[in-house]
Ligand binder design. Structure first.
Ligand code: CS2
Ligand code: MG
Length: 410
């Protein structure tokens, strides 16, 4: 019988930080899993190397469900982003191994292709409307068929989610989180924002017409009532979705938003368990599940989550910014291709530096992503190159109200 012989946590920082779990079997088969938790990376690395790796040695790598339950129930302390990112990494690595042993891409083990490719959306943004329109044009030139649009707000400085430099031809990226000892502090004013966003959508629809699928991320910054106001004011622009319109720890609050607007809603990138979605799904309070394979317990947990969502006609819109490593992104793509209730996949391209460490086989053509047909997840990790990029502390920004400096959601 094959057994897990070694497991190692690899931390690298090719442009931004990534935590990867590498699992090796006694037959010499290797699997990779993504355990990156932006801004808190070393907590997961330590959880894995100190508390999970010793439990994996000697286990049957094919027992994916049993290993998932062993790590989830066995820990006694359930859920939470650190625990669930660690379990996710083990889960992905075991699916990668199973695929390699079977000689099949993971999507074949999940039921095979349900579509020829996964519709992707990119991040278009600009400090003002003209630079946003340039960014949208660049995305369309790159083949994107759907875009998320974010802009600066008059009277406010830099806002998370909006690129600062967008020189012609330069790769657009507002990530990574700032590499500094302390988080950057940004200023926020909800009223200015609520006035500005409909103007942005009006200008973009005017320029690009009614067909282009448009998305927008409110980054948890609104109260339920403000979220309802925004949703209503955007209805005439026919959004693909409005994301994280309010914080959702209190799932009941979404009833208010839902009853007041028909704009489609997407929530869940910070969630890590099906229980975070229970009310949102069973009461059909959202349209899209935004969870990441990396943060919500891996392929095993996400497949169950999406089967639950399917009962309520809710679709996927998996989180895919550049702080999900190429391994996590590949895992999402295998699910995207296989599940019936796929909606859209976020796709922010990784930098050339990142891709020099992670060699991917997924493709992006005519706006559609495909995980490729290599056995397993289809990603290789170049350890030599990875070792050249040591971990560098990096934080996501903190949001404060412009008026009086009160810490605010973002
Ligand atoms: C964003 C992310 O992709 C998104 O929708 O909300 O950029 C998110 O802020 C980061 O992943 C945080 O690590
Ligand atoms: Mg988001």
């Amino acid at each position: 019988m094959s057994a897990i012989e070694r497991a190692e946590v690899l931390v690298t920082s090719p442009g931004r930080n990534f935590v990867t779990l590498k699992v090796e079997t006694s037959d010499g088969v290797t699997g990779l899993g993504d355990a990156t938790l932006n801004g808190r990376e070393l907590a997961v690395a330590s959880y894995l190397s100190n508390h999970v790796v010793p439990l994996l040695i000697g286990r049957d790598p094919h027992k994916i469900e049993d290993t998932w339950q062993y790590l989830y129930r066995g820990a006694y302390w359930r859920r939470g982003p650190v625990t669930m990112a660690a379990i996710a990494a083990v889960d992905m690595a075991l699916w990668d191994i199973k695929g390699k042993v079977a000689g099949l891409p993971v999507f074949q083990l999940l039921g095979g292709e349900s579509r020829i490719g996964a519709l992707a959306y990119g991040h278009a943004s600009g400090a003002d409307i003209p630079s946003l329109c340039n960014s949208i044009r660049r995305h369309l030139d790159e083949g994107y068929k759907a875009v998320r649009i974010q802009t600066g707000v008059p009277g406010l400085g830099q806002i998370y989610g909006v690129a600062t430099e967008q020189a012609e031809g330069q790769r657009y990226d507002y990530e990574p989180a700032k590499r500094a000892a302390l988080p950057l502090e940004e200023a926020w004013d909800t009223r200015r924002y609520l006035v500005h966003v409909p103007e942005v959508f009006a200008a973009v629809r005017d320029e690009f017409g009614p067909e282009l699928p448009l998305l927008h991320d409110a980054h948890h910054r609104l109260t339920p009532n403000e979220a309802a106001i925004l949703g209503r004011s955007l209805e005439r622009f026919d959004l693909f979705w409005l994301e994280d319109c309010t914080v959702a720890e209190n799932q009941d609050a979404l009833r208010r938003v839902r009853s007041q607007t028909l704009t489609p809603l997407a929530i869940g990138e910070v969630f890590n368990s099906v229980f975070d979605f229970k009310t949102l799904i069973s009461e059909q309070l959202i349209d899209y599940v935004r969870a990441a394979v990396t943060h919500a317990g891996g392929i095993t947990a996400m497949k169950k989550l999406m089967d639950f969502a399917a009962l309520y006609q809710i679709k996927s819109g998996f989180h895919g910014p550049t702080d999900i490593s190429p391994v996590g992104q590949a895992a999402a793509l295998h699910l995207d291709i296989a599940i019936h209730n796929f909606g859209i996949q976020e796709y922010m391209k990784h930098s050339a530096e990142t891709l020099s460490v992670f060699h991917t086989s997924y493709t992006f053509r005519d706006g559609l992503l495909h995980p490729g047909t290599s056995p397993g997840l289809g990603v290789d990790y170049d350890e030599r190159t990875g070792d050249k990029y040591p971990y560098t502390a990096a934080y996501l920004p903190v949001n404060r109200l412009q008026r009086d400096g009160t810490i605010h959601d973002w």
